[in-house]
Design a protein around this ligand. Structure first.
Ligand code: PBG
Length: 325
């Protein structure tokens, strides 16, 4: 047989495949989410996220040191708020001595170079488990934005490198940027969850933080998964309002959105490989139905190939270990 082109030549052995690979994953691509709880020496596995833990601040620092040593340079913090501190104003969210604020300070003291990002949304602090303030059964936008600005300022004061608003209220990026400017936090970045979909894949996360909505769902603020153009609209507006990094969430069922946004913007794009996506791989691996290591690397590579510059993933440590091996 005479063939002008033999495409298999470039696939013929591992070294060759690696020099022509279009997408190369590195530990610096990852943002490691960390769940923080009160106490010391405390760590608790999350039942729906096997192998993932909620930890007290001291053990969180130990974990962050391990991540840093593996080449992971960025963490994204979430806290579990005690029930008696939850209300409908979210005021614990900007308590100067709150768990988040203490965690940020402790992490930046221990690992000054680690990039510390903080989740900004009211759900862990809300007695209703919603990302905003509730009035007459509605999640009210403008009052919530005011609360998110206070929350962001208090994270900036504690030393956060980036605030990461995950709430999907209108106008919050502009308001947060304005607040940061007014208070001269001119080095605090904003990573906006700009296209965050109302997704069933957040289920395990809500177990981790005990933050499931007490009534209704989040469809009046998070996006409808039927929509693609709307993701571009949301993202362009967030950039105009001052977002430094934008995010698509979830990741694997939304690879088309990641690509669409990557092609539409010039800022770094991140994607959140969410708790349900983690749980699916873990569960299938536990049943012996998938090879976990391979599933991790293939999934994360596909997210990067789709156009994500950064990937928030509960596999950050596992993947970094695999890549360093
Ligand atoms: C809260 C928030 C959620 C996640 C990140 N920030 C849950 C939600 O919106 O209900 C989900 C993360 C995950 O599932 O891994 N604003």
């Amino acid at each position: 047989m005479y063939l002008q082109r033999r495409n298999r030549i470039l696939r013929s052995h591992a070294a060759l495949r690696s020099i022509v690979a279009e997408t190369v994953l590195t530990p610096a691509d990852f943002i490691a989410p960390l769940f923080i709880d009160e106490g010391s020496g405390y760590s608790q596995e999350i039942p729906s996220m096997q192998g993932y833990y909620r930890r007290s601040i001291d053990l969180t620092i130990e974990e962050a040191k391990v991540l840093w040593s593996l080449g992971v340079k960025c963490v994204l913090l979430f806290i579990k708020c005690e029930d008696e501190l939850k209300d409908n104003t979210g005021k614990e969210a900007w308590n100067k001595d709150g768990l988040m604020q203490r965690a940020v300070k402790a992490l930046k003291d221990a690992l000054p170079e680690m990039i510390v990002m903080t989740d900004v949304a009211l759900d862990p602090y809300s007695e209703y488990g919603h990302d905003g303030i509730v009035q007459d059964g509605q999640i009210v936008n403008d009052e919530t934005v005011e609360a998110l600005v206070k929350m962001s300022l208090s994270h900036a004061e504690a030393g956060a490198d980036f605030v990461a608003p995950s709430d999907m209220m209108d106008g919050r990026i502009g308001a947060i940027r304005q607040g940061l400017e007014q208070h001269t936090y001119t080095r605090t970045g904003i990573m906006s969850y700009s296209a965050k979909y109302a997704s069933c894949f957040y289920g395990p996360f809500r177990d981790a933080l005990d933050s499931a909505p007490g009534f209704g769902d989040k469809k009046t603020y998070q996006m409808d998964y039927a929509n693609r153009r709307e993701a571009v609209k949301e993202t362009l507006m967030d950039i105009e309002e001052g977002a430094d990094i934008v995010m698509i969430k979830p990741a694997m069922a939304y690879l088309d959105i990641i690509r669409e946004v990557r092609d539409a913007v010039t800022v770094p794009v991140s994607a959140y490989h969410v708790s349900g996506e983690y749980a699916m791989i873990k569960a299938a691996a536990q049943m012996g139905w998938l090879q976990e290591d391979k599933a991790i690397l293939e999934s994360l590579t596909s997210i990067k190939r789709a156009g994500a510059d950064l990937i928030a993933t509960y596999f950050a440590k596992d993947a970094a270990m695999l890549l360093n091996a």
